[in-house]
Design a protein. Sequence first.
Length: 80
Amino acid sequence: MSDKTPATVPTRYLTEGDDGRGWEYLVITCQPRESLAEARRQVIDHAEYGRWELRRSAIYTGGVRKYWLRRRRIRVKRTF
């Protein structure tokens, strides 16, 4: 039987500085059964189309890989 759970699990969270600007983070968790080529494709797709930049990557015991991507949070101010 095949496992129907997704191999890649993205998680988002926000940080904010004192000036109201901050970063939006996306954490991609890849399971060991997922190939390195698939994980790389996920990161490249997010970076290219979502304007994310790779901040950190880690390989944990057991083969789980995590990639932290970030992008600057843009706040639009009213002009009227």
